[in-house]
Design a protein around this ligand. Structure first.
Ligand SMILES: C[S@@+](CC[C@H](N)C(=O)[O-])C[C@H]1O[C@@H](n2cnc3c(N)ncnc32)[C@H](O)[C@@H]1O
Length: 258
């Protein structure tokens, strides 16, 4: 399987379980993992469905352990998974990392509306670190407007001397970003492309320019594209050659000698 190495960005076409062991341990500042969810989606030539839930979870535990080993001592790991699988993955990961936030990415309604149950409008994300006493978190980089008295310049009299409420805050753990839809400028032909805005928050918060972000299931290469925009380095792994080719194009490397 081919690898593509450019000065700040590397792409491995292959199986995450084969490629991850070749990455040096403790060398990665930030990992974002968005694996197949075992819900029957078609990714290029393969089908996202394991024979049983146990088989799927066993597979996840293998690459999760590899990811844990690749994280630097101050590194952060963000994991996305289906609402069904996340409880088991949460139980597994908390034995190896410290989970600091259980984030809900919520979005506007999907095309198919549930009629006899409450349709799912969110996906869970875990934010974990190796060491909760020593990890990077660039709070200033990701602040959002605070819906407090700040807008009306209300004064907080509990402070001495009294101060106007802060007009910005670190976002809470419910994140609202719209899904990537056909015709949006960032749209790529991939069935589970994540929004750039979501990755931008993660990469800004948990890495500095020049540091390395790893995505073991690159898909449409959102992580690498945002890393490139924010001057981070990236390592991407993706099994399907069609997505790798599209990723090379997205990163501006189409036709460039690695
Ligand atoms: C949920 S998608 C990732 C979407 C990505 N976060 C994005 O924004 O486009 C999962 C991706 O993992 C790839 N994949 C599935 N099994 C893999 C494996 N064993 N090793 C590497 N990639 C794999 C699939 O082809 C698919 O593109």
């Amino acid at each position: 399987m081919p690898d593509y190495h450019y000065p700040s960005h590397s792409i491995y076409q292959g199986d995450a379980l084969d490629v991850l062991p070749n990455i040096p341990d403790a060398s990665i500042d930030l990992i974002f993992a968005d694996p197949p969810y075992n819900i029957g989606k078609r990714f290029g030539d393969s089908h996202d469905r394991w024979p049983s839930e146990e088989a799927y979870l066993d597979w996840c535990y293998q690459w999760l352990m590899l990811c844990v080993n690749k994280l630097s001592p101050t590194g952060s790991f963000y994991l996305m998974a289906s609402t069904q699988a996340m409880p088991a993955l949460d139980l597994f990961l908390r034995r190896h990392l410290q989970i600091l936030s259980r984030i809900v990415w919520t979005y506007d309604s999907s095309g198919v509306q549930a009629r006899r149950h409450f349709g799912s409008l969110y996906e869970p994300i875990l934010f974990c670190v190796k060491d909760k006493k020593n990890y990077l978190f660039n709070a200033e980089e990701i602040k959002v407007p605070a819906r407090t008295g700040a807008e009306r310049q209300l004064i907080d009299y509990r402070k001495d001397p009294p101060q106007v409420y802060s007009s910005t805050k670190v976002p809470g753990n419910v994140w609202e970003f719209s899904r990537v839809r056909y015709r949006m400028p960032e749209y790529q032909e991939h069935p589970s492309q994540k929004p750039q805005a979501l990755l931008e928050r993660i990469i800004r918060a948990s890495s500095n320019p020049g540091q390395t972000v790893l995505d073991p299931f690159a898909g449409s290469f959102t992580t690498a594209a945002v890393a490139q925009k924010l001057d981070r380095q990236s390592i991407s792994i993706e099994r399907e050659s069609t997505y790798v080719q599209a990723g090379l194009k997205r990163l501006g490397y189409e036709g460039c000698e690695p």
